[in-house]
Design a protein around this ligand. Structure first.
Ligand code: PLP
Length: 437
């Protein structure tokens, strides 16, 4: 209860607790907090704690922005040192030692060992900034306007990215026609009934098809938001070959599937090709700080100085944690092997659950996998039940029909097992015990 003698900003019971201010002041566009209304105050590793003292195991990892967990000390310590030393925080794209050290680590630990030759562009700090830069550059370089993207793709919320996104609810929010792009079927869209790329090859060959030759094709190796569809590696390679043949720029949006999520640093590494442009964001800072990169084949590096500008391109704190993450986890292949082992465990656990329910199927790749349920409402109910049991897990897909598990890559085996047990219990509470395998 505030009295006139108290300063207005003290922690009155009203100011300290409850969720009233979110409801009264924050826009109704807010979304995650509707499923998970607890007020979070602390986090460590794979656990968040709310102000009423509840602990939540994290199978969400900031939608992929927290691949190395919360407050990871290997990243926190250099960040705190940097802050205490009076170093540069904001610098537009001036030279800073933090940027130099990040670029050197990215070159030495990521690009060189993988034989990748890319220029690094800092496009502004979010995933959609990286996608916009990629689309704009592809159009500039080719002089063509059209871009092809895939059914159920998700590339971000600004107009250019939204034009290549599938989700009808999100597209409607644009308020204007989303033009200069068409959708083509993602791998297995017709359940194997139609040959891959038959339509695309035919319309590209046929000058009477009426389909403009595109500047670029943009693709996710695993569709994180679109329902955890994972393209086969040979399909991705064939897409790359087709782009080469027809002189089309191939953009891989690795904003969510990159930074180790699929078990290798880039999601396309094992497919045997390198995209012309790669978009990275979410976990590139490693610490949940905003940061994005657009990686460009050197011959495509054709923006004039300042032609694609922005105030927050390359944030020094994100350089510090991003470099620390690369040095801690990507100096050799031990982390990647560990992620692959955990991915196998998670897949086995989810498969055990899915097998009990008629028509349920495991989807995705690496630690970006989940269960698609035939009753589209099941996944959301299971996620709600899991939250009540202390587990954060979200849904994905056009009807939110997929229960999507995305724990930090650094999660312990014990926490992974514990989370799977909660999912099993939550699923049984919604769908019953199913058929024991
Ligand atoms: C999250 C995401 C984006 C958009 O990133 P923002 O930082 O939210 O703008 C783009 N592409 C993919 C594949 C994503 O998962």
């Amino acid at each position: 209860m505030t009295t006139t003698t108290e300063p207005a900003h003290t922690d009155t019971p009203q100011a300290a607790g409850g969720t009233a201010i979110f409801d009264s002041l924050e826009s109704q566009v807010r979304s995650y907090c509707r499923s998970w209304p607890a007020v979070m105050t602390h986090s460590q590793g794979s656990t968040l704690t709310s102000e009423d003292g509840r602990e939540f195991l994290d199978f969400f990892a900031g939608a992929g922005a927290l691949n190395y967990g919360h407050n990871n000390p290997a990243l926190l310590d250099p960040l705190l040192d940097y802050l205490r030393e009076g170093r540069i925080l904001h610098s537009l794209d001036m030279h800073t030692s933090a940027k130099r050290d990040f670029l050197q680590a990215f070159s030495d630990l990521i690009l060189e060992p993988r034989n990748l030759d890319y220029k690094v562009m800092f496009p502004g700090p979010t995933g959609t900034n990286s996608v916009e830069a990629a689309l704009k550059l592809a159009r500039k370089v080719t002089g063509r306007q059209h871009v092809l993207s895939f059914t159920n793709a998700f590339h971000g919320m600004t107009l250019g990215s939204l034009a290549v996104t599938g989700n009808s609810m999100k597209r409607k929010g644009a308020g204007i026609p989303l033009t200069n792009s068409s959708k083509i079927p993602y791998d297995d869209y017709f359940n194997g009934a139609v040959d891959d790329f038959m339509w695309l090859e035919r319309v590209l060959q046929d000058s009477g098809s009426g389909v403009d030759k595109p500047a670029a094709i943009i693709v996710e190796s695993v569709q994180g938001e679109g329902g955890l569809n994972a393209a086969r590696l040979e399909w991705l390679k064939a897409l790359s070959d087709l782009c080469r043949e027809y002189d089309i720029i191939l953009i891989v949006d690795d904003v969510q599937a990159g930074c180790g999520r699929t078990g290798t640093f880039f999601s396309f590494e094992e497919a045997g090709f390198s995209p012309d442009i790669v978009c990275l964001s979410k976990s590139i800072s490693g610490f949940g700080l905003p940061m994005a990169l657009t990686l460009i084949q050197p011959e495509l590096d054709q923006f004039e100085p300042g032609e694609h500008n922005g105030t927050f391109r390359g944030h020094n704190l994100a350089f510090v944690t991003g470099r620390a993450a690369l040095e801690r986890y990507w100096a050799d292949d031990s982390f990647q092997k560990d992620v692959q082992a955990k991915a196998a465990d998670l897949r086995a656990g989810l498969t055990r659950i899915a097998e009990r329910y008629e028509g349920a199927a495991v989807r995705g790749r690496g630690l970006l996998i989940g269960i698609a349920f035939p009753d589209a409402s099941a996944a959301g109910k299971i996620a709600t039940a899991a939250y009540e049991l202390g587990l954060l897990v979200e849904t994905s897909g056009p009807e939110d029909e997929v229960l999507k598990t995305m724990p930090p890559l650094t999660i312990t085996s014990e926490d992974l097992t514990r989370g799977l047990a909660v999912l099993e219990e939550a699923t049984a509470s919604v769908l019953g015990d199913g058929d024991p395998a």
